[in-house]
Design a protein around this ligand. Structure first.
Ligand code: NAD
Ligand code: ZN
Length: 372
């Protein structure tokens, strides 16, 4: 086909593509955390406009606490990641900041895993937008730009450091605030911060990244943009979980795998393990990484190669997944879990195509949940 003709056809069809924000600034390197003070300096408006540090409470009393570049009237809040972030929790933190300071904060810094990163994103949005965080769960509901916010992951896998969403448990359901204002303004990737992550948690959160890759690469939404990131992330995950890397390379590679895995789902979607893990989280409070793992092990009919790799990884890393997690649930609760999961329509459509309702139903889901 001639170029002229091709341009003509393109003009007639005019597809509309999504216009995604990306993290505009990122530092990568072991020990880079010490640069945080210098990075924040130009964003400090004045001595009365604090930086608010939201830090996972595992770091209370640690070297990280001592290195925090808190000056003037900056506020450091240590927050537990035992439970995943909630809309009310975000509202309470925002209220506290409003009460305590007359000036608008210069910025919000989140230090921790997906839980703390999501809290920092949500607080930075909710400081400038009215009402409860629950009002903004969904797609593109945020009206006003967020405060300057910085993300510093201390465990790798979720991709929360690159994504344009912050996943919150709301009064009605667990759902992200997906918006262009959610994405971090700055990320610091310091693989040394992940030293000390307990092995099981390292595996569960790392598998979140692996599962992002499998769900994205096998999804119907896949395009070359997503594929290029997904393939790289998958390659890195295989190295980390199947080869015998030295600890330094392992930390660095998993951190970059998380980044690429997060980029891969920006332009596509996750799939069945995520849809089902949302149900587990809502009814049983099972955390994201573990929830994905316990579901994914039974998805061989949908992701045969991915599940085979996953089993090899479990074996190589000597991980035993917990069993009988759903043993105490009633039939009604199983039904509720299936309903929550089936409401995640884009995830099912990505996994099984536009006619997904003909390929999966409540009974098939219940059968999987009962094995967990
Ligand atoms: P997490 O933040 O829930 O932390 C898991 C555990 O690891 C916690 O006990 C925490 O204290 C501990 N931990 C973290 N860093 C540590 C360190 N360096 N040393 C010792 N312990 C450490 O874990 P996660 O799996 O990263 O995040 C899960 C959350 O991320 C969920 O709430 C999920 O909804 C969210 N998520 C968000 C996105 C997104 O795009 N926004 C994507 C995926 C998941
Ligand atoms: Zn995930």
């Amino acid at each position: 086909m001639g170029l002229k003709k091709e341009i003509e056809i393109n003009k007639r069809v005019k597809p509309v593509y999504r216009n995604f924000p990306m993290v505009p600034r990122v530092v990568f390197g072991a020990g880079s955390f010490h640069q945080l003070g210098d990075i924040l300096l130009p964003f400090r408006k004045n001595a009365d406009a604090p930086i608010i540090f939201l830090v996972d409470d595992v770091f209370e009393g640690s070297e990280i606490k001592r290195q925090l570049p808190a000056i003037f009237n900056d506020l450091i809040l240590f927050i537990s990641a035992d439970e995943e972030p909630k809309t009310q929790q975000v509202d309470a933190i925002v209220e506290r900041i409003r009460q305590e300071f007359n000036e608008v904060p210069s910025g919000i810094v989140g230090i921790g895993g997906g839980t703390l990163l999501d809290l920092a994103k949500a607080v930075s949005i909710m400081y400038t937008n009215k009402g409860s965080a629950a009002k903004y769960q969904g797609w593109d509901l945020v009206q006003k730009p967020s405060l300057y916010h910085v993300g510093i992951p201390t465990i790798s896998g979720t991709g929360a450091e690159v994504s344009r969403t912050t996943v919150l448990m709301g009064p009605e359901m667990k759902l992200g605030i997906n918006s262009d204002y959610t994405t971090f303004d700055q990320v610091i990737l310091d693989p040394d911060l992940t030293i000390g992550v307990p092995k099981d948690q390292w595996f569960y959160t790392g598998m979140d990244c692996f599962i992002h890759c499998i769900e994205s690469l096998n999804g119907t939404y896949l395009n070359t943009f997503s594929q290029s990131y997904g393939e790289k992330a998958l390659e890195l995950c295989k190295e980390v979980f199947l080869d015998s890397l030295d600890p330094v390379s392992s930390r660095e590679k998993l951190m970059m795998a998380s980044w690429h895995g997060g980029m891969s789902i920006a332009y596509s979607q996750v799939g069945i393990a995520h849809a089902m893990s949302y149900g587990l989280s809502f009814l049983l409070g099972i955390r994201h990484g573990l929830g994905n793992c316990v579901v994914f092990q039974y998805l061989q009919d949908y992701y045969p190669e991915g599940v085979a790799l996953f089993r090899q990884m479990l074996k190589k890393q000597n991980i035993e997944l917990p069993v009988n997690l759903c043993a105490s649930l009633t039939e009604d609760e199983f039904d509720q879990m299936c309903e929550i999961s089936l409401r995640m329509e884009p995830l099912w459509e990505n996994a099984l195509g536009s006619r997904w309702r003909q390929r999966i139903d409540k009974n098939a889901l219940k059968e999987i949940y009962k094995k967990i």
